[in-house]
Structure formats: C-alpha cells, structure tokens
Design a protein around this ligand. Structure first.
Ligand code: ATP
Ligand code: MG
Length: 506
C-alpha cells in the first residue's frame, strides 16, 4: 500500500493473492475460453477497503448455458434472470451474465407508478433480465462503490460509475437519478442504510433527500426481501448504527411503525432502544450461531428481534393493568413484527415468532426463576434467552440482576459441560446473507398451522379460545390435558428438521 492509499484507507489495485482461489479459477477459465469475466460488486469494494469480502461474485459475457458447459459444478438458478452458481464445497461463486437496466434510458421511468407489492421481487428483479455490456451492467447497479469491476488479466480496477472517488470520500451515491433508482427498487433504501452503517460511509445528500422523499414507497417492495433486509441491518455488529439511521431517515416509521413510535416517545436519541442495540452489538461477535447441536447455540434472528422488542416489553409491563408477560410478548410480536406487513402476503417465519415470544416473555421474571428446574436448560430457546437477559441487564445498567444472572450462568455452564441429553430441536434460522435475495425460508409443515402462536397471530384473540379448569389456554374445549402435551411435543419434533415455518398473517 502506498502512503496515499494508507492515508485514504483505500487501495487502488487488488492483488490476486487477496481473491478467493475458487473465484480466480472461475475467472481464469472463462477468460481462457475467450470470454470477458470480471470480479464484481461488494467483493471488489471490500477488497479495495482492505476488508474481507463476504462473497465473491463474477460477471461475464458468457451466457448461462455456456457457463454451465464450462463448469460441471455449475447450477443455473432464477426464473426471470438466470444466473449460475458454481459450487466449491460449501462455497458458491455467483456467476452472472452482464445485463442492463431496461429502463435506464427511459425518462418515463421517473413517472412510472411504484411497483406492485404483490409481485415477488419488486420491479428490479422482474424487469432486470436483459443481457448487456459490461458498462451497462455497471450502471444498472445500485451505488457507485458497488459498480467496480476487477479484471484478473490486467489486475486493474474498471470504474464506469465514479466509484473509486466515492470510495475514497466514503460516500454511498446512487448511480443515476436517486429519485428514479429508489423508486424502481425501494429495497435499495435499506441497502443504503445497511451498507452505510457497515462501512461507516455517509449517504450522498441527493440520495438521502430521495430516501426522505420516497421512503413511504418502501411499502411497494416485496415482503420477503424487506424482511431479509431488516434482518441484515443487524449484521456485522452494526445494529445500533443501522437502526439509528433507519430512524433518522424516516424509514423506521415505514417499516417498523410501532418501534418508531416508541423511539419518538422515549426521547429519540435518548431512547433506551439504543442501549439495547449497543449491548447486542457488543456480544454479537462472540455468539455461536453455527452449531445447532451445541448447548451454547444462539438462535440469532430470534435474539436480534427480541433485543429490538425488549425495551417495548418493559414499557408495556410497567404500565398499569399490564397483561401477563407471555401475553404482552405475543402482542408485541404481533404489533411490531407481524402487523406492519399484513398487506401484500407478508409472512414471518412461524417458528421464529414462537421463539421470539418465549424468549421475550422470559425477560419478565428471570431473576426470580426456580434454578432447580434443570429441564429448562435443554430447551432450544434457553441459551438465547440467557444471552438476552445479559443484554437487558447491560442496557438497563441493572446491577441488581447480576447475582441472579451469575447464578443462571454457572448452573447452565455446569449442565452444558457435563453429560446431558442432546438439546431439543429449534428454529433453524436462515442467514439472510446465505439465502440471498432468491431464497426465503418458506417451508411450512402443514400440520403446524393450528399450533401456537399462529392462532393468535392470525388475529384470533387468546381469550376466545376455551380455557380449561387449570387456566391453561390454547386447548380446545374438553380436550384432555395429556393430549395437549403430546401435541406440543409434536411441534418440537417438527422443529428438529428444517423448522423454518411461517406464521401466515394474511
Ligand atoms: P454484501 O457485502 O452485504 O454482500 P453487496 O454489495 O455485495 O454487499 P449483494 O446483495 O451481495 O450486496 O449484491 C451484489 C451486488 O449486486 C451489489 O454490490 C450491487 O452491485 C448489486 N445489487 C444488489 N442489489 C441490488 C439492487 N437492489 N439494485 C441494484 N444493484 C444491486
Ligand atoms: Mg455480496
């Protein structure tokens, strides 16, 4: 790195040594067969910033069927725009043919109506399926810093959109007219928030003004993509920053109105929410979110959303005539996570809602729980709940909670480190980054439709359901208690598999 590069924190060239060897294999093979092939997108941006890229994407003038012929390990995906995933073990190199934005030279695009929310993928994904030149491919991308290409043959960075300058200035700037680009794909607004927070970049004033102007059009984005992008705001331990920006830009009002109202009435910048998110960011890098068999496995998405809702739960439980913690938690999940997306076929993974409610509700009484109930430790949600308790105690600066927390932790550690039966199954979180914009964790085992918490999420209030003499809700009238137990056991059984069901809310 030259002195200037060090000063700016941005390289001007990329060394092949820093590029994933499998991505290099793909690039070299395509180029050796006479195709143009570049490393593109976030990978180039991150390498120039000296960061480790999350993934390496390739763009080429080879058509998907030509790519398929060159690589036995290539799989073509995508209905409207076909691209190849080239697999190397767990890893895959996304290899797409250069394409252009069909509306790029169309002034009428500015006046176009917002995309239809019911159509999957929004406008961007539906219409972006015309092959183009490398330059056209660069210019259809969202931000200038995301439109840089790297040519392995020359080692040069190709900059069609002025991305290098913006990289040095640490600015996220829309390619083209932001009023048009954000409206044709409103998810780009959330991408601006997320990438800006992660990279520590500002959003260019024109782009920011467009977000403020057209923020309400985010409702037009496809719901699965929105949900994914919201979960991505928590990544890289930058959730405090990302949700702060979400609030400042007015987008929180659009995507999480109940949370926005909470921030507004609790002092905006001084809202307790920020301390919760900072505490989450503190612990996030150390969490085990990979090994589902581990006793210290954390249900990442449940923890993230629970942290977001925890201060609201506290507020509701403090209010006079507060409902039980379980009811308050389930109301919150409905009000904050589910209701804003009721229109347009929004679906939140059912099992995620279930875990979220459980974990949240536990927050109300953990300091006084009975430590002898060791069966609790094997519950799939327990370690996630324990992690949340620590976050809440930290955020609330609750010193009084420390002895109880310590007690729980040491008991849990003794259990986890000793011989114990395997943990029961749990919700399988989908890493939105791995799922990509194509996959949503959508498989709903059909027989789970009648199970908690979907009934309530579908709008049937708990009170309407028969309660038996024990006061335990959720049972059909006259149904023996044993049967209910079995049914709950059945749920766990399903959750052991790919338990990413959904709570239908439409
Ligand atoms: P990350 O590091 O989180 O993966 P990324 O910029 O690589 O960030 P991806 O979602 O992997 O984001 O997308 C890869 C590239 O595809 C982006 O860098 C950008 O050039 C382009 N892209 C992605 N989403 C959009 C969009 N909605 N509109 C235009 N271009 C997009
Ligand atoms: Mg990427």
């Amino acid at each position: 790195m030259s002195f200037l590069e060090r000063l700016l924190g941005v390289k001007s060239t990329i060394s092949a040594r820093d590029v994933d060897p499998d991505a290099l294999t793909v690039l070299h093979r395509l180029q050796s067969r006479g195709f143009t092939a570049y490393l593109v997108g976030g990978g180039v941006r991150d390498l120039l910033l000296g960061r480790t890229p999350k993934d390496f994407d390739v763009a080429t003038d080879a058509r998907p069927n030509q790519i398929k012929k060159l690589f036995r390990n290539a799989f073509i995906i995508g209905r409207r725009f076909r691209l190849a995933l080239i697999r190397f073990g767990e890893k895959q190199i996304e290899t797409a043919t250069f394409r252009r934005d069909p509306g790029a030279d169309d002034d009428a695009a500015a006046a176009a109506p917002p995309p239809d929310p019911d159509r999957e993928g929004g406008l961007y994904q539906e219409s972006d399926n015309v092959f183009g030149t490398p330059e056209e491919d660069a210019l259809r991308r969202d931000f200038t810093v995301n439109a840089l290409f790297w040519d392995p043959a020359t080692g040069e960075v190709i900059d069609y959109a002025g991305g290098l300058k913006d990289l040095r200035r640490k600015v996220l700037r829309c390619i083209g007219d932001p009023d048009v680009r954000f409206r044709e794909d409103p998810v780009r607004m959330l991408r601006a928030i997320r990438l800006g927070s992660r990279l520590g970049f500002s959003i260019h004033p024109d782009s920011l003004a467009a977000i403020r102007r057209y923020g309400s059009e985010i409702a037009a984005a496809s719901k699965p993509r929105l949900f994914e992008e919201i979960l991505r705001l928590f990544t890289f331990a930058k959730s405090r920053e990302a949700f702060g920006r979400l609030h400042e830009t007015g987008l929180m009002r659009e995507v999480l109105p109940a949370l926005d109202a909470y921030v507004e009435r609790t002092g905006r910048g001084k809202s307790p929410l920020w301390a919760y998110l900072s505490a989450l960011d503190e612990v996030a890098p150390d969490l085990d979110t990979e090994h589902r068999e581990s006793p210290r496995y954390v249900q990442e998405n449940a923890l993230r959303l629970a942290t977001l809702l925890a201060p609201l739960l506290r507020e509701r439980l403090r209010a006079p005539g507060a409902p039980s913690a379980r009811d308050a938690a389930s109301e919150l999940v409905r009000d904050v996570v589910v209701v804003p997306y009721l229109t347009g076929g929004w679906r939140v993974p059912r099992a995620l809602c279930y875990d979220l409610e459980r974990i949240l509700a536990s927050l109300a009484d953990y300091p006084k729980r009975d430590l002898r109930r060791r069966g609790t430790f094997s519950q799939p949600w327990f370690f996630t709940a324990l992690t949340l308790w620590g976050i809440a105690a930290d955020a609330e600066r609750d010193r009084a909670a420390a002895p109880a927390l310590e007690n729980w932790r040491s008991q849990f550690n003794a259990w986890a480190d000793g011989p114990h039966p395997p943990r029961r199954g749990s919700y399988v979180p989908t890493d939105p980054d791995k799922a990509g914009a194509r996959g949503f964790p959508g498989d709903v085992p059909e027989d789970r439709d009648s199970l908690f918490p979907g009934d309530r999420l579908r709008g049937r209030p708990r009170d309407e359901k028969a309660e038996d003499a024990t006061g335990e809700p959720g049972a059909a009238e006259g149904e023996p208690r044993k049967r209910r137990r079995r049914r709950r056991g059945g749920r766990r059984h399903h959750r052991r598999g790919n338990g990413a069901g959904e709570a239908p809310v439409s």
